[in-house]
Design a protein around this ligand. Structure first.
Ligand SMILES: C[S@@+](CC[C@H](N)C(=O)[O-])C[C@H]1O[C@@H](n2cnc3c(N)ncnc32)[C@H](O)[C@@H]1O
Length: 418
């Protein structure tokens, strides 16, 4: 975070906004509108400019509103909570799907289709429109914008909103209560999510006993995999010097359907991969890779069964667990490790304060808090990662954090040095 007395002037910010807006518009050739999101094709190399632009806009908005604006932002009409209420109504009444993709529909007809009261529906939709969801082409009628159309046509995106409403929001509202009841807890069932749902089950077990909510969670994971999931693959494949492993074997611990191993196997034809997870899912494996990518069922809290591999990869695993359990997961590898074996832990690390703009820092801290509310888990800093390796076993020597340029996903390497 910047020193508050040194924030840029309004004019400096406005100039930055103009400069970055020109760069971005030049990159896609056509400015986005609320009907057409041309920025979804923005090339990766302009992502940092997009983030800088968002940050400048937020900063100038907050400065111009002043401290009275702050109270307004928290308690007044711009409070995010009411935006979430709108989404909740859109989700429960399946409003996006009831609006025609072309043309418009009257509030009365829409209310009938959604089984809702027309006046209440109109009032909620008026607020939705302030966030560019739907618009009124003529009085009394509504039509889609690009955002509302996405919710109507992409079931995974729609269910992802459902997941946020069913799991994240109630849990976030219960965080203060959970912090009072179980201060500093390291148990995955002493969470805000458990309080909000009046359950003693940890998050994943709770979902397994509520299949309709598990479906929403899986949809959320699918939408993430479209964006950051592919960033996950890119980071794993390009962000580590795999040529060092040559003809070696990689154990992909908690590797799900093996998408990372499969991507690596395609690029490194001499390496072998063993994907471990609670259940075996070979649906993504093609026959040409069958001799080099295999699957076994394994609980990562039990001693590692594959001995003497060259690499044990834990991608997006430890950030789902309280530290106490992350240490157990790492320790369970120890009996299998040969001297020089590498343990690679890949996840998005939290930057040092001030290393990235405030708006980006907010994303990192938000995801950290979501981890806390759902599982008492956490996002890690690089210092946390060093500490976890050390706590697991002093012979697991942290060497370096690798990763692709410009990404906060890092691959933290520790080498077994007995
Ligand atoms: C967030 S996903 C990460 C998947 C993959 N490594 C990646 O980077 O995309 C976490 C994975 O851990 C698996 N998992 C959870 N508990 C496990 C356990 N006790 N033993 C093995 N795998 C487990 C889940 O089934 C899931 O596939």
């Amino acid at each position: 975070m910047e020193n508050p007395s040194k924030s840029p002037t309004l004019v400096e910010l406005a100039e930055r906004i103009l400069k970055d807006a020109k760069i971005i518009e030049g990159a896609v050739g056509k400015s986005p509108t609320f009907q057409e999101d041309t920025l979804k094709d923005l090339p990766q190399e302009f992502e940092s400019t997009r983030k800088a632009l968002v940050d400048s806009i937020e900063t100038i908005g907050a400065l111009v509103q002043g401290s009275d604006g702050l109270t307004g932002r928290i308690y007044g009409p711009l409070y995010k909570g009411s935006d979430l209420t709108v989404l909740e109504v859109l989700y429960h009444f399946r409003i996006p799907q009831a609006v025609p993709l072309e043309g418009s529909i009257s509030y009365g007809e829409l209310a009938e289709k959604c089984n809702a009261d027309a006046v209440q529906l109109m009032r909620v939709l008026h607020l939705a429109m302030t966030n560019h969801l739907f618009w009124e082409p003529k009085k009394g009628f509504i039509a889609h914008t690009a955002d509302s159309r996405l919710l109507a046509t992409d079931e995974a995106a729609f269910n992802s909103v459902g997941m946020s409403i069913s799991e994240n929001q109630p849990a976030l509202h219960s965080l203060a209560k959970a912090m009072k009841r179980w201060p500093g807890s390291q148990e995955p069932n002493q969470t805000a999510h458990a309080l909000a749902n009046e359950t003693e089950l940890p998050f994943y077990k709770f979902l397994q006993s509520h299949p309709e909510r598990l479906k929403l969670f899986n949809a959320r994971m699918k939408t993430l995999a479209k964006g950051s999931g592919s960033e996950n693959i890119r980071n794993i494949v390009q962000g580590y010097p795999w040529q060092l492993i040559e003809k070696g074997t990689v154990v992909d611990v908690g590797g799900a359907g093996g998408h990372l191993s499969i991507a690596l196997a395609k690029k490194y034809p001499e390496m072998k991969f063993i994907v471990e997870d609670l259940a075996i899912d070979k649906s993504q494996l093609t026959s040409d890779l069958e001799d080099r990518v295999s699957f076994i069922q394994h609980d990562f809290f039990k001693p590692q069964p594959v001995k003497d591999a060259d690499v044990y990869l834990l991608s997006l695993i430890l950030h789902n667990w309280p530290d106490k359990y992350s240490v157990e997961i790492l320790r369970a590898l120890v009996p299998a490790l040969k001297p020089g074996a590498r343990v690679l832990v890949s996840e998005r690390l939290i930057p040092e304060p001030g290393e990235v703009p405030n708006s980006e820092m907010k994303e990192f801290y938000t995801s950290d808090i979501v981890m806390m509310t759902l599982m008492n888990a956490k996002s890690h800093t690089i210092e946390d990662m060093k500490e976890l390796f050390g706590r697991a076993d002093g012979r697991l020597k942290f060497t370096k954090a690798y990763g692709v340029e410009g990404s906060w996903r890092k691959i933290c390497e520790a080498v077994w040095t007995p």
